[in-house]
Write a protein that binds this ligand. Structure first.
Ligand SMILES: [Zn+2]
Ligand SMILES: [Zn+2]
Length: 344
């Protein structure tokens, strides 16, 4: 078993090697059709209320949001101290941090898109608390919150949940965004993401939803078809800065966006959703604007955007669709979830 962080000297980033996680359970639903699970409670689900998990611990009979330490952590307090010093140019270190799981709802059969506005607000408030707690740990330099939804992105259990990785390193994408945000602020005296919002609103064709304090759009520079950014209008380095009314507006825009995605093909829309928040490395991140990114691997039902030569081999994306067209498709969908209107 190898569980440690290894430095990639060419990419200048940490790789978490966690070979113990290879044994984690797979509870995916039947492959392919994206049919949502039909039962509100599944006796075999390790996330449903009252059920036992692999650690032997039993979930409480929770009624709202429920968070716990991941039983298969990628970083965690039980990570061993690396015993071998690597040779030559190589570096390694302990996979310090904490991995958490956050269940959105006791209901096994609902997705985030189907939760009420109040339930999405409660989730965001719970994530704000997670960030506060995890971000105050001395070893933590970044908190990544993400949801993998759908078998095509490798989700191992359809019960609605997300994960939190509080790591001793800053994820590379966040590091890049922090660098870009800091230099834009230094050069122009303005927040980069604020300029992005202004450009999107000025054009208007890619905006999916907006209200007084939040906005959702397919960015001009989208790498995936239907890729969507969701953000509060005001700049906050992380979710802890959001007021109750900002959380409420953000929840409204997030819910509306996810309903439109599910309605597009009348199926649960697979995605990777990540909350992008400033590093906790002590540097000045006044230019960093907290936002949510939704990356969507499907181009059409059953048709995956495969990452291949340009993306994996070179690191840059080819997008075979026009962001303006994809935004128009999403905007043309109804605002009521198809499963709530007696659909399939
Ligand atoms: Zn469940
Ligand atoms: Zn981002």
């Amino acid at each position: 078993m190898v569980w440690e962080e290894r430095w990639h000297p060419l990419r200048r980033e940490w790789v978490v090697i966690s070979s113990h996680r290879d044994r984690r359970p797979w509870q995916g639903e039947t492959v392919g059709d994206g049919t949502p699970p039909g039962v509100a409670y599944d006796a075999g689900c390790y996330l449903c209320p009252g059920n036992a998990r692999v650690s032997g611990q039993r979930n409480p009979a929770y009624r709202g949001v429920f968070a716990f330490d991941n039983d298969h952590p990628c970083v965690g307090p039980s990570a061993p101290e690396p015993s071998l010093l690597p040779p030559g140019v190589y570096r390694n270190r302990r996979a310090e941090g904490l991995s958490r799981v956050v269940c959105y709802s006791p209901r096994h059969d609902l997705s985030l898109a189907e939760l009420s506005h109040a339930e999405i607000v409660n989730l965001l408030v719970a994530l704000r608390e997670e960030f506060r707690e995890l971000g105050s740990r001395p070893e933590v330099r970044h908190v990544l919150m993400f949801e993998n939804k759908g078998e095509v992105v490798g989700v191992s259990n359809p019960h609605p949940h997300c994960q939190v990785y509080a790591t001793n390193f800053v994820f590379r994408t966040i590091e890049l965004e922090a660098e870009a945000s800091a230099s834009h602020l230094a050069e122009h005296g303005r927040v980069l993401f604020g300029d992005i919002i202004a450009a999107e609103e000025g054009d208007g064709r890619r905006v999916l939803a907006s209200n007084g304090q939040a906005i959702a759009f397919v960015p001009y520079f989208a790498r995936y078809a239907y890729e969507t950014f969701i953000a509060p209008r005001a700049t906050h380095a992380n979710i802890t800065g959001l007021s109750a009314s900002e959380i409420s507006d953000l929840a409204r825009v997030l819910g509306e966006t996810l309903v439109r995605m599910d309605n597009l093909w009348r199926m649960p829309f697979p995605y990777v959703m990540a909350l992008h928040q400033a590093p906790l490395d002590g540097a000045d991140h006044r230019g960093f604007h907290f936002h949510i990114e939704i990356h969507t691997p499907l181009r059409k039902p059953g048709l995956l955007k495969y990452l291949a030569g340009p993306e994996i081999g070179g690191g840059n994306f080819l997008n075979d669709t026009a962001p303006e067209d994809k935004a128009a498709e999403l905007r043309a969908t109804p605002m009521t979830h198809y499963r709530a209107t007696g659909g399939t």
